[in-house]
Design a protein around this ligand. Sequence first.
Ligand SMILES: *Cc1c(COP(=O)(O)O)cnc(C)c1O
Length: 459
Amino acid sequence: MTTRNWAEPYKIKMVELIKMTSREDRLNAIREAGYNTFLLRSEDVYIDLLTDSGVGAMSDRQWAGMMMGDEAYAGSRNFYRLRDTVKEYYSYEYTVPCHQGRGAENILSQCLIKPGEYVPGNMYFTTTRLHQELAGATFVDVIIDEAHDAESDHPFKGNVDFDKLDTLVAEVGAERIPYVCMATCVNMAGGQPISMANLKQLRAWCDKHGIMLVHDMTRVAENAHFIQRREDGYRDKSIKEIVYEICSLTDAATMSSKKDAMVNIGGFLAMNDAKFYEKACSLVVVYEGLHTYGGMAGRDMEALAIGITESVQDDHIHARVGQVQYLGRRLRESGIPIVNPIGGHAVFLNATKMLPDIPQEQFPAQALAAALYVESGVRSMERGIVSAGRDKETGENHKPKLELVRLTIPRRVYTQAHMDVTVDAVREVVRRRDEIKGLRFTYEPAMLRFFQARFEQIG
Ligand SMILES: *Cc1c(COP(=O)(O)O)cnc(C)c1O
């Protein structure tokens, strides 16, 4: 943060105690977990930076909202509150609740995709691409090249490359592209924003070709923060206004409300088209639940509606992103190679640079995440070749240019001292990097392998 202090706009009313572990405890735990931080028990973790998903601290207002749950099977008052909130803050006419983001992605993909079609997107997300593929589509990456370059400090690495989009249309035809999938604050690129100018251009491009524009809005408020800070003409606009403007430029959205909206579970599919809504309603009953709850309890829809209103408050989002920037800046000052610019929800360590002697086939980022845990009890996760999975045609490993370890900051959970401990831990791992060994699979799941894969050390 450049212009003002990011100090937290809240105080702590309740605490959760965490267990302290020894190095020996952690060595045993990581071996038992097959060197996969997803398979550690949370009890054995000191500072949990695995994800920002579903791990935020709800406010007293959200908890109070939980007591106002209307647990009717049909027509819960909390559903209408949620629907009205989505319309007021995000502009979308219709809301279909889903148990979480991937539930919405499933319904979206099944509604809009026909086998053999192509879905371009500003970088893939794991579950998003899988649902596109399961519906018979091929994902095509159309993000700008800078997004794949950890060194580039382009301010809007989430931007779309229109040459790539035009090439795709020339190759397959616009009629075989059901929609463009546009993510705000692109997770896999390191929490990197798309600019409003690029998004407006994308809107015009989609209109020209008669293609729908679908918004993965999981981190839209964080994206709005970067637009406010970096883009001409937005400095005096509120986060709420910018979020609304982003959403208004798109036709439909999938939301994992476990991120921006600070609830432990939930999500939705939203859209403006009545026919699409009708189709989604008929599918949601198959996979999620009736269209007025879609896998969510009434109380959870209430907490989500309140979370949406809190997520777009300027003070909140500046403190949230400010804490992430603080961690990133301190790591950078310590000479640790990280992805630039520092993103909105996480700091990404460049494992290729930190462990240059471990080839990508031996999963350097996976090994680094395991070593960081053993060093300090800080849990991170791999975002590299393991997460990228295999090509659905050839069975070969996708080989992403970025081999990263993600330190993801939960919202409103950890303090500045926790960030300092994390910096010290990363520095110590770097100091002892010669002890880190490459890994090989002992178990590789067919889909989304990073969640449950197991490894052993080589040598
Ligand atoms: C988390 C996430 C999803 C999937 O949402 P879940 O709630 O985990 O199912 C989709 N897209 C992005 C960008 C995400 O970060």
